[in-house]
Design a protein around this ligand. Structure first.
Ligand code: FES
Length: 209
């Protein structure tokens, strides 16, 4: 299969899986980040560690345009700056209280994060539309290096955006031919389950050899 390296951007979720006013853990090869969408639809990604006492921000909640920590309720803006400390409502939080933030873009139904400073926007992936994300218990190296794989499943053109998230776990975001019908999408989704099983069996064989 031809592999195209995605370089600066990591696909972390499909847009449909992150409605307004929600936060989810975004799995990257460098660990988990807190990916959230504000009530107004703005996307942001912060380090998954509250600057107060280290609680995971991906366990938090979104209220309006801020992400709040589940532990003591400190809230953060899109740039990671602490905006409010509930125990001290009259205090303007010092600028030093800030979670690291990461460039985040949404394109053609896919959400992308950059861990550094990207030189170009994420790929548009024209001709495809998002279908679903699946997690495989297999090393990404057995499927491809981090990159995308163009293939066919159930007779439909498919693009697999592959991200290795550990030595034994991989996430694949599936895109299908933009012309695929609803029935094609159901068939491809089922075929993807079979592909997942094949990959996982391949991983078991590798471990045994
Ligand atoms: S650990 Fe997050 S507010 Fe205290």
């Amino acid at each position: 299969m031809p592999v195209v390296t995605l370089r600066d951007w990591i696909p972390v979720a499909l847009s449909a899986d992150l409605p307004a006013a929600t936060v989810i853990p975004a799995h990257t090869p460098s660990g988990i980040l807190a990916l959230w969408r504000s009530a107004n639809g703005e996307l942001a990604t912060l380090a998954d560690r509250c600057p107060h006492r280290g609680m995971r921000l991906s366990y938090g909640f979104v209220r309006g345009e801020a992400l709040s920590c589940i532990y003591h309720g400190w809230s953060y803006g899109q740039n990671g700056q602490c905006r409010r400390i509930p125990a001290h409502p009259d205090l303007t939080p010092p600028a030093a209280i800030k979670a690291a933030s990461y460039p985040t873009e949404e394109r053609n139904g896919v959400i992308w994060i950059a861990l550094g400073e990207p030189k170009a926007p994420p790929p548009a992936l024209e001709g495809f539309k998002p279908l679903r994300s699946i997690t495989l218990e297999v090393d990404a190296k057995l499927i491809s290096a981090t990159g995308d794989v163009r293939t066919r499943l159930a007779g439909v053109d498919v693009l697999l955006l592959i991200v290795g998230i550990s030595g034994s776990e991989t996430v694949a975001h599936l895109m299908v031919d933009a012309a695929a019908t609803e029935s094609d999408c159901v068939t491809v989704s089922r075929a993807a389950e079979g592909w997942r099983r094949e990959c996982e069996q391949l991983g078991v064989k590798e471990l045994a050899s």
